[in-house]
Design a protein around this ligand. Structure first.
Ligand code: FE2
Ligand code: FE2
Length: 233
C-alpha cells in the first residue's frame, strides 16, 4: 500500500513530507515552480516508472518515521509535536482509511459466505473509520488550535476549555482502542484462513499496520502532548 498517490501534486507531497524533495531532486522533478503539477503528469512527461517513484517516496516516508522514532518527543514544543502528529499519523490515516475500506469490502464480497466473521469485520472497521475521521477533524479544527493558542498566550479560561476537550479526546481514543481489540478477537489475531486470496492477507496486514500506527499516535497524544500541557498549566 503506497503512502502517496500520483493524483497528488508534487508540491503537496513535499508539503506533507519535506524529505520528498530529496527524492524529487534525485529524479530531476521540479517541485518548486512546477509544484502545482500532478505527479502522474510529471512521471509521464519524464518517462519515469510510476511504481519506482512511489516506492522511493514510501521509503523516504519510512526513513522519516524511523528517524523520528529516535527523537525524544518530550523535547518538542507543543506546536512542534502537534505538527509532527499531523504530518505523520493524521496523513497516514487519510491515506490508509479509504484503502482499507475497499479491501474489507472486497474480501467480504469474495469470502463472506465462507467466512461470515467478515461481515462483522467490515462493520466494525467502518464504524472505526467514521469515528477516526471525525476525531481527526475535531483535533485539527478544535483541540490542536486551542493548544497552539494556549502555548502562545496562556490563560485560565483557555486552560479550562482545553481540559474539557482533552477529556473528550481521550475518551474517543479509548473507544477506538476498544474497537481494535474487538477486531483482533473476531479475526483470531488476524489469522488468515487457509486457501484464501492474497487480498485477504493484504487486508489483515493493513489492519495490523493501522492498529500499530494508531497506538503510537494515541501514545504521543495521551502520554506526551496532553501530559506536557498539564505540566505547563
Ligand atoms: Fe490525532
Ligand atoms: Fe487523537
Amino acid at each position: 500500500m503506497n503512502i502517496f498517490n500520483v493524483s497528488q501534486s508534487v508540491g503537496e507531497i513535499v508539503a506533507i513530507m519535506p524529505k520528498a524533495s530529496e527524492v524529487f531532486k534525485e529524479l530531476s522533478i521540479d517541485f518548486c515552480c512546477g509544484g502545482h503539477r500532478k505527479l502522474e503528469e510529471v512521471i509521464k512527461e519524464q518517462g519515469l516508472s510510476q511504481e519506482e517513484v512511489l516506492k522511493k517516496l514510501d521509503k523516504a516516508y519510512e526513513d522519516t518515521r524511523r528517524l523520528a522514532g529516535q527523537l525524544d518527543y518530550r523535547t518538542f514544543s507543543l506546536s512542534e509535536l502537534i505538527d509532527y502528529i499531523e504530518n505523520t499519523h493524521h496523513t497516514y490515516m487519510y491515506r490508509a482509511l479509504p484503502q482499507i475500506s475497499e479491501l474489507t469490502a472486497t474480501i467480504l464480497r469474495v469470502h463472506g459466505s465462507a467466512h461470515t466473521e467478515l461481515f462483522k469485520v467490515h462493520k466494525l472497521y467502518h464504524n472505526l473509520k467514521t469515528e477516526i475521521e471525525q476525531h481527526l477533524i475535531k483535533e485539527e479544527e478544535v483541540v490542536f488550535p486551542l493548544i497552539k493558542k494556549y502555548e502562545a498566550v496562556p490563560s485560565k479560561e483557555l486552560n479550562e476549555n482545553i481540559s474539557r476537550v482533552v477529556g473528550e479526546t481521550e475518551e474517543e481514543h479509548e473507544t477506538a482502542g476498544g474497537v481494535l481489540k474487538e477486531l483482533r478477537k473476531i479475526t483470531n489475531d488476524y489469522t488468515v484462513p487457509e486457501g484464501v486470496c492474497a487480498t485477504y492477507e493484504r487486508t489483515y496486514d493493513a489492519l495490523k499496520a493501522l492498529e500499530s500506527d494508531l497506538f503510537q499516535h494515541i501514545h504521543l497524544e495521551n502520554n506526551i502532548l496532553f501530559r506536557k500541557l498539564e505540566i505547563k498549566v
